[in-house]
Design a protein around this ligand. Structure first.
Ligand SMILES: [Zn+2]
Length: 746
């Protein structure tokens, strides 16, 4: 079609619609050309052109079919099309046509409301009055309610979380359901167990669909779904579903895989070749610390890069996105936090340091490149530790029968509503998995959210072990597919699109297997050396706990509120986090299940000594030894799993630093109970009064009363063991307690 290139960037909507239209070429036979068509087609065409702001815009394959099914057929439709195809054009055009025929407002459920600002603005130009209700605009809710009552809203956008809000469900939803003219479910793969980011809130949507009269059309949209997810969504949509499924392959992407021996080589490759990659792009990592480390390394070598993770402030994230869009940075080094909704049509490349755990996740991330450009490069640098990291995230997100039963029992015993914070003192679960579990239980009807927290409904709940084991199996299959992707000798695009059940999957002729290696594999020697130095650099500040968990009296521990300053720890140091690129690998190995207890590795001991040297010197902001004074003695924790490791570390530091080693604290009542990974209150209860200063150590401490001591341990997670031990030492006369630990988990 005759597209005006200037229009491509005029609005987000024009961008997507025209790019898709141009890519799909002329309308196939069987699709009526404009001018000779049904009244619906003509009206739809006019609205599309207003929406896009282009007088010659045409629908492309599937768009009008979906609109027709909704508007004329009152049907239920599922659109599975890649990002950029123009799904929003379908629901805005359909909404306006339905409104003109007297239908009520469209209800759009989307997790991406904040990211839809551009589309909503474009829709307004075509006369679509769209408003949103989400947690960010509470002040506007009253106005929205009035507008709805006066029938002045064409499209109402709500987040899935809204649907679980009790007052929204009671006061507003019934009226909305009664009046709605079209229901749109964006990111519909979230309603399927098999979707890669299943969200319990989305199960409410299935309820919502069943409440709608059969005559109300429903549109579900998603960019990536394999056949299993498609069938699952179709089933939830109801009878006679029209599914429009496009090809996934992107002709502009050039895929490749480069397997290198370790992080040092992979970072060396980036240092050597980042500048060769065209335009600006994204470097994805699997963990926050890998993103931070990589961004720091590249920035120190003079590359314009910024880290972008779940820990980045929202304002800094927005700024980073803008800098990337404006090509003011070469790359963002990001975790999956840079996700759905980020749109830069001319993104030049996507490099992965470590593979995501599923083809869907990988395809979504690489699909951010080459939307509006003819060429984009996509390179995967897999890591040998990838599988460990996948495993870690997979086990962290599954509810267990035992935990669910504990939550239900706690709520039943309480008899009234219990807040999430209060529940933490009753059930050994951390905040995020606890909240996820509560949502699952709420959707299943066993608990409900009320003012003041959560309440048991008294309804029986059965743990669906079969369902969870099926999901776990599916996850393992996905991981295996990513490994095959790396090793395949065939076309990579064909492999990944066929794993995603794209029937049009075919060889691309562009990837490294089809057309030969398109990237260089050499690594500058000094680059590997620089990477190695950065990776060997060690030392992370370990901040002390300041507050006791609430509800400890319930667990028999007589503490609450702030930890008294004269019983608290000073700032400490950790050699590295287990997820760090540098020492993380060696530490993960040392602390892996079943790893033997050995004396500390000499290289690791040297790295600890370097950390201590820098700690003792201080810097512009912090005085040496965190302002606590040089430690007069070293004391270690009695290790249950790694006595040789801890003892050799404490003695090694004592020898090199010429600081006397006074021995260990003593176990009391058989030592700490419980393992890592539980919540704060339970961890504290498990170590409380179980580590004490023995008579011999007490005598030695009396000799250095008021001076600092260093407390050595192997692995820190909740910090409660250190906090309790530090408190015991301070009560026995230590001036300040400076923890030094090898690894930090979590
Ligand atoms: Zn290929």
């Amino acid at each position: 079609m005759a597209s005006n290139p200037n229009a491509l960037s005029s609005t987000a909507l024009a961008d997507t619609t025209l790019t898709g239209a141009a890519a799909s070429g002329p309308a196939p036979s069987g699709t009526a050309p404009s001018g000779t068509a049904s009244p619906t087609r003509e009206q739809a065409q006019t609205v599309l052109r207003e929406l896009v702001g282009h007088p010659e815009a045409e629908f492309h394959d599937g768009q009008f079919e979906a609109i027709e099914a909704l508007v004329d057929g009152g049907r239920r439709a599922l659109v599975v099309q890649r990002t950029g195809w123009g799904k929003s054009a379908v629901y805005f055009v359909a909404s306006l046509l339905l409104r003109r025929r007297g239908a009520g407002p469209t209800l759009i459920v989307s997790p991406l409301l904040a990211l839809m600002r551009d589309q909503v603005a474009a829709a307004a130009r075509a006369g679509v009055r769209a408003v949103a209700i989400n947690s960010a605009n509470q002040l506007e809710w009253d106005t929205v309610r009035e507008q709805l009552a006066a029938d002045e809203v064409d499209v109402l956008l709500v987040s899935p979380e809204r649907l679980t809000n009790p007052s929204f469900r009671e006061n507003q939803l019934p009226e909305l359901v009664r009046r709605t003219g079209l229901l749109v479910i964006d990111e519909a793969h979230c309603i399927s167990d098999w979707g890669h980011d299943f969200r319990p809130d989305y199960r409410r949507i299935a309820d919502l669909i069943t409440q709608l009269p059969d005559t109300v059309p429903v549109l579900a949209t998603t960019a990536t779904a394999n056949s299993r997810v498609v069938h699952d969504i179709e089933e939830q949509l109801g009878k006679d579903v029209l599914t429009i499924r496009g090809a996934l392959g992107r002709d502009s992407l050039r895929l490749g895989v480069l397997t290198l021996p370790d992080s040092r080589e992979r970072l060396g490759w980036l240092l050597t070749h980042l500048q060769d990659l065209q335009g600006s792009g994204i470097i994805y990592t699997l963990t926050v610390s890998a993103a931070d480390d990589t961004a720091r390394l590249l920035a120190e070598a003079g590359h314009e890069v910024l880290a972008y993770t779940g820990r980045t402030d929202p304002a800094d994230r927005e700024r980073a996105e803008q800098l990337l869009k404006d090509n003011q940075v070469k790359a963002l080094v990001a975790t999956s936090a840079l996700g759905m909704g980020f749109d830069k049509p001319d993104l030049g490349f996507v490099v992965h340091l470590g593979a995501p755990s599923s083809p869907v996740a990988y395809y979504q991330q690489v699909g951010r490149a080459g939307r509006g450009a003819a060429n984009a490069d996509v390179l995967l640098l897999p890591g040998s530790e990838d599988r460990d990291i996948w495993q870690y995230f997979a086990t962290a997100s599954m509810p267990s029968e035992e935990k669910a039963a504990a939550v239900l029992t706690a709520l039943a015993e309480a008899g009234t509503a219990v807040s999430t914070v209060a529940l933490e003192a009753r059930v050994d679960l951390r905040r995020t998995p606890l909240e996820l579990l509560l949502k699952v239980l709420a959707v299943d009807g066993a608990v409900e959210r009320v003012g003041g927290g959560w309440r048991s409904t008294g309804q029986p709940w059965n743990y669906d072990a079969e369902r969870y084991s099926r999901i776990a199996e599916a996850r393992v299959d996905e991981q295996d597919s990513m490994v095959i992707y790396q090793d395949t000798a065939g076309c990579r695009m064909e492999y990944i699109t066929s794993v995603l059940d794209d029937e049009t999957a075919r060889a691309c002729g562009r990837c490294d297997n089809c057309a030969g290696r398109w990237f260089r594999a050499d690594i500058a020697e000094d680059a590997t050396e620089t990477a190695g130095q950065t990776l060997r650099r060690a030392g992370v500040v370990l901040e002390p706990r300041l507050q006791w968990p609430s509800g400890m009296d319930r667990l028999g521990v007589p503490v609450k509120g702030k930890i008294k300053p004269d019983e608290a720890l000073a700032d400490g140091r950790v050699l590295a986090r287990l997820t760090d690129l540098g020492w993380g690998g060696a530490l993960r190995e040392a602390f892996a299940a079943g790893a033997p207890d050995r004396p500390v590795d000499p290289g690791m001991l040297q790295a600890c000594v370097q950390v201590l040297r820098e700690w003792g010197t201080g810097d512009a902001r912090t005085p040496g030894w965190s302002g606590a004074g040089r430690p007069a003695a070293i004391i270690s924790l009695p290790s249950r799993g790694k006595p040789l490791l801890v003892d050799s570390l404490a003695r090694g530091i004592s020898e090199i630093g010429r600081i006397p080693y006074l021995g260990q604290l003593q176990l009391n009542h058989g030592g700490p109970t419980g393992g890592r990974g539980g919540n704060s209150a339970y961890r504290l209860a498990g170590v409380w009064d179980r580590l004490v200063v023995g008579p011999e150590l007490e005598g030695a401490l009396a000799g250095i009363r008021g001076q600092s001591v260093m407390l050595v341990d192997d692995l820190v997670d909740s910090r409660w063991t250190l906090t309790i031990s530090g408190r015991a030492l301070r009560l026995a006369g230590a001036g300040a307690v400076l923890p030094l630990v090898l690894g930090q988990a979590g």
